[in-house]
Design a binder for this molecule. Structure first.
Ligand code: ATP
Length: 488
């Protein structure tokens, strides 16, 4: 639809754009990114025919842009207008009608039923028909932006150019506006838009052009562009990449200067014993991966609670009940990982292990009433009603990669399995050595300060510390619960 070949140009004799080449296909949503002053608006002005290239070519539908008359070009390319104060006097419908200018022979003299229909259609698509007769000045910023989109669409363009269209829109208007654009590209409208928000651009654009100093730094999909090294290189700022939680598009997070670290170490002195629950509240939030009843999955948490419940605790709405319990005791659920067990808190055991440049503090409660050998076929799971859960917390005092978190789960599980085997815990149904219980839970929490730990496999410093700390704490807790059982 648009081909840009070795384009250079700028203002007067100064070159701002230098040797830029790319092409945009019909129906694409194409984003232009780059820091302030990198030439995005200058490039856009050239694509809209406002500034002529000094050298190179812009082909619009295979025809050089210079070969179009302004009116001819306007029938193919529309630019989302910017708000000017003079437009405030117009009504919404009049504003949208201005988009038909390119199709008029004498201004408004040849206004036809078709023009009327195009205006109506554009207002309908953008949801602006309900305030057709209102003055533009009576609308919110987001509504005005939709009216300008309607004006551009009334022009019935094949290509729409936008310069930071979501700039003044709130979160929900940004989403609505971009959803609408996306929907229009599905109807074959080609959209080229400047973005400042990398994450929005990554979410919505089919392809992106990252500009640096008037030239192309990278062109490609969001996966190609949204690489930490590219963004750091071009924007000169520290960022961290992570996946979007629901959509397979990468996102970038800024790292504020205040995240500069002071060291924190989680240890025995932080354990609070409260009778029917125990808690650890480190002075900073820890990055966590867990399967707690509260706070499962990834998160940043500053409170960890293990709660004793009666062995007959069996509630349908256990999540709600647990949330209520934790909230009542002053825990902010957004910052808490909460687990439950029928094991008495006195039987909790902990262990600190140091290996090279990393230390690990593990806390475990281990009851084995529901011990299961996961490798054996199960005849019936319904018989497993006895209480018994192994809850394991691993606090790593180091900066862990996501890979280290996942390997940490694996290493901790291996250590737990070995502790059960060494204690001779068996699955009551199969009579074989148990590998865990039916309701085990685990937490890996890291201070994200101190030495970087890329791995937590069994022969890495972090893996060795996790293995030892988990094994010893689970083994110790097993002994304590067995002793209590023997005495009762
Ligand atoms: N009318 C103009 N005359 C001369 N130089 C200009 C003009 N407009 C912009 N420039 C210069 O061109 C360079 C690129 O500006 P441009 O507006 O294209 O960048 P941009 O990437 O859109 O920046 P921003 O993100 O800040 O909007 C800048 O150095 C700017 O000073």
């Amino acid at each position: 639809m648009i081909e840009v070949e070795q384009l250079s140009g700028g203002y007067g004799s100064g070159l701002i754009i230098r040797g830029v080449s790319f092409s945009v296909q019909k129906g694409e949503l194409f984003g232009i990114l780059g820091p302030n002053g990198s030439g995005k608006t200058t490039l856009m002005n050239m694509l809209s025919g406002l500034n002529m290239p000094a050298s190179g070519a812009i082909l619009v539908k295979n025809k050089p842009i210079q070969a179009y008359s302004p009116k001819e070009l306007a029938r193919v390319v529309a630019v989302l207008p910017q708000m000017t104060s003079s437009q405030f006097a117009y009504s919404v419908k009049e504003t949208v009608s201005l988009g038909r200018y390119a199709h008029q022979t004498g201004f408004f003299k040849s206004w036809s039923e078709y023009d009327e229909e195009a205006v109506r259609d554009a207002m309908k698509k953008t949801g602006t028909e309900t305030f057709a007769d209102k003055p533009l000045s009576a609308l919110s910023g987001g509504e005005q932006q939709r009216v300008f989109l309607a004006q551009a669409l009334a022009q019935e363009p094949e290509i729409l150019l936008l310069d930071e269209p979501t700039n003044h829109l709130d979160l929900s208007f940004q989403k609505d506006f971009l959803d609408l654009l996306k929907q229009m590209t599905a109807d074959d409208l080609t959209v080229i838009s400047i973005f400042h928000d990398l994450n929005l651009a990554s979410l919505y654009c089919d392809r992106l052009l990252l500009m640096e100093k008037g030239a192309v730094h990278t062109i490609g999909t969001s996966g190609d562009i949204m690489k930490e090294e590219h963004i750091r290189d071009v924007y000169k700022t520290d960022v961290q990449k992570q996946p979007h939680p629901e959509v397979p598009k990468p996102q970038m997070s800024l790292l504020p200067a205040s995240s500069i670290e002071t060291s924190v170490e989680v240890g025995e002195e932080m354990i609070e014993w409260h009778g029917d629950y125990l808690a650890i509240r480190p002075p900073v939030q820890l990055k966590t991966l867990s399967s707690g009843v509260i706070g499962a999955g990834w998160g940043w948490r500053s409170a960890f609670v293990n709660r004793h419940v009666d062995k007959n605790y069996n509630m349908d709405n256990f999540e709600e009940e647990a949330a209520h319990y934790f909230r009542e005791r002053g825990f902010d659920l957004n910052e808490t990982v909460g687990m439950m067990t029928a094991v008495k808190m006195e039987d909790a055991a902990f262990r600190r292990e140091v290996q090279d440049d990393v230390s690990v503090f593990a806390v475990a409660t281990a009851g084995v009433g529901n011990a299961v050998d996961v490798t054996r076929p199960r005849v019936s799971w319904k018989e497993l009603h006895k209480p018994g859960t192994i809850n394991i917390w691993v606090f790593a005092n180091g900066k862990l990669s996501e890979e280290a978190f996942v390997q940490g789960l694996m290493t901790a599980t291996e250590a737990k399995v070995k502790a059960l085997a060494d204690a001779g815990v068996t699955d009551l149904q199969t009579g074989t050595i148990a590998t865990g219980t039916s309701t085990d839970s685990i937490l890996i929490a890291a201070t994200q300060r101190g030495a970087y730990q890329q791995f937590a496999g069994s022969i890495t410093p972090l893996g060795i510390a996790i293995g030892r700390a988990v094994y010893e704490s689970v083994a110790e807790s097993l002994k304590k619960t067995a002793r209590r059982k023997a005495m009762s």
